[in-house]
Design a protein around this ligand. Structure first.
Ligand SMILES: NC(=O)c1ccc[n+]([C@@H]2O[C@H](COP(=O)([O-])OP(=O)(O)OC[C@H]3O[C@@H](n4cnc5c(N)ncnc54)[C@H](OP(=O)(O)O)[C@@H]3O)[C@@H](O)[C@H]2O)c1
Length: 329
């Protein structure tokens, strides 16, 4: 592939939103020692992708400009680096790129073997691309942070999932229901049936007084909250938690970090736990296996060709997707 060009969507500096995206032709990358070159079939956008462009991780991510955004992909292996052991040309895979380098809004990209897993035929490319960041986040927040055993062997726990219609939330509801849980979920009125169909036991419209107060209709107190949206203060969570309830906050702002510190310093049994995804291959294997077994489904909000990736970017910034936004080269 050396010397051949491919279509990408990239940006040259922080800020600019959709107007900052540029469609350009660049050389197809060459895989390094432990990398595979993929012809991409589908790329998924996550909220973090537009936040990087906005500058929330400045000056560490991106590590250089121009930057091709997006990290979650499905594709077909074209070439393998000399140190790659487990893949060969023609293999269908799901992969995640590091946010430092990005690379997903393109026709081709290189992935580390260490964050690449086979895509079984039961999972479409679009469904596979939806999985990495969002389902891994849901999986780790539930299992590691909230201590829920997904084989159902743990003690019964009441879980609240906010923004259950979104990318992370819709996976979190399905995964939580694999454990021994009662799930209360929040979403907008138009998505109540969607979230019930994912398995939630109770669903509250976040724009109603009950939704704003996060009150479970049956009066449950929560052992764990997987908090997938922003703008809800600790004072709203606090009265709804059990004695040892935890709020796992996926987007902790300054006030959440303050609450985290105060709760730690005062040895409070109720806690706020800031969450940061550290992706590992074992986790990716686990979610792909669950998807293969039909236990974890990707809801596709919309699909957009790479030539119209700008529409997908706008939709992602809007924050009203139901499930995952997919771009197809
Ligand atoms: N810490 C980490 O490592 C990590 C990893 C992954 C994601 N995240 C963060 O987690 C958050 C969620 O990501 P995502 O991909 O799931 O977002 P998303 O897909 O953009 O979420 C969109 C959904 O959220 C719903 N929603 C918005 N505000 C709501 C509210 N107040 N109550 C209930 N539902 C609400 C929307 O419903 P309507 O359309 O009805 O408004 C929409 O269906 C983002 O901030 C993301 O950056 C963090």
């Amino acid at each position: 592939m050396a010397g051949k060009l491919m279509h990408t969507v990239q940006y040259d500096c922080y800020g600019g939103g959709v107007a900052g995206l540029k469609h350009v032709e660049v050389p197809i990358p060459t895989p390094g020692k432990d990398e595979v070159l993929l012809k991409l079939e589908a790329t998924c956008l996550n909220a973090f992708d537009w936040k990087i462009q906005k500058g929330v991780t400045r000056p560490f991510i991106p590590c250089r400009f121009p930057y091709i955004p997006a990290t979650d992909v499905a594709g077909v292996v074209q070439e393998v680096g000399p140190g790659v052991k487990n893949f060969k040309p023609g293999d269908e895979v799901v992969a995640m790129f590091y946010h430092f380098t990005g690379g997903g809004l393109a026709e081709y990209a290189v992935a580390k073997e260490s964050l690449t897993v086979p895509r079984p035929p039961e999972i479409s490319a679009a469904e596979g691309a939806g999985l990495p960041v969002a389902s891994l986040t849901a999986h780790l927040a539930l299992t590691q942070s909230a201590g829920i055993k997904l084989d159902g062997s743990g003690p019964r726990k009441n879980v609240l999932i906010t923004a259950a219609s979104g990318g992370v939330g819709h996976y979190a509801v399905q995964l939580a229901k694999l454990g021994n849980t009662h799930v209360t979920a929040t979403c907008g009125a138009r998505n109540v049936d969607f979230v019930k169909n994912l398995g939630a036991d109770e669903v509250i419209d976040y724009k109603t007084p009950e939704g704003e107060a996060l009150k479970s209709p049956s009066g449950q107190k929560y052992d764990a909250v997987i908090h997938c949206t922003t703008g809800i203060p600790w004072s709203v969570f606090e009265p709804n938690l059990t004695e040892t309830g935890k709020v796992i906050d996926l987007t902790p702002g300054p006030s959440a970090m303050w609450t985290f510190a105060i709760k730690k310093l005062t040895f409070s049994k109720k806690q706020l736990v800031p969450f940061l995804l550290i992706p590992k291959k074992e986790g990716l294997d686990a979610v792909v296996k669950l998807a293969k077994e039909g236990k974890l489904k990707t809801a596709i909000d919309s699909k957009h060709p790479l030539s119209r990736a700008d529409e997908a970017w706008t939709k992602c910034i809007d924050g009203h997707a139901t499930g995952k936004i997919i771009v197809e080269p």
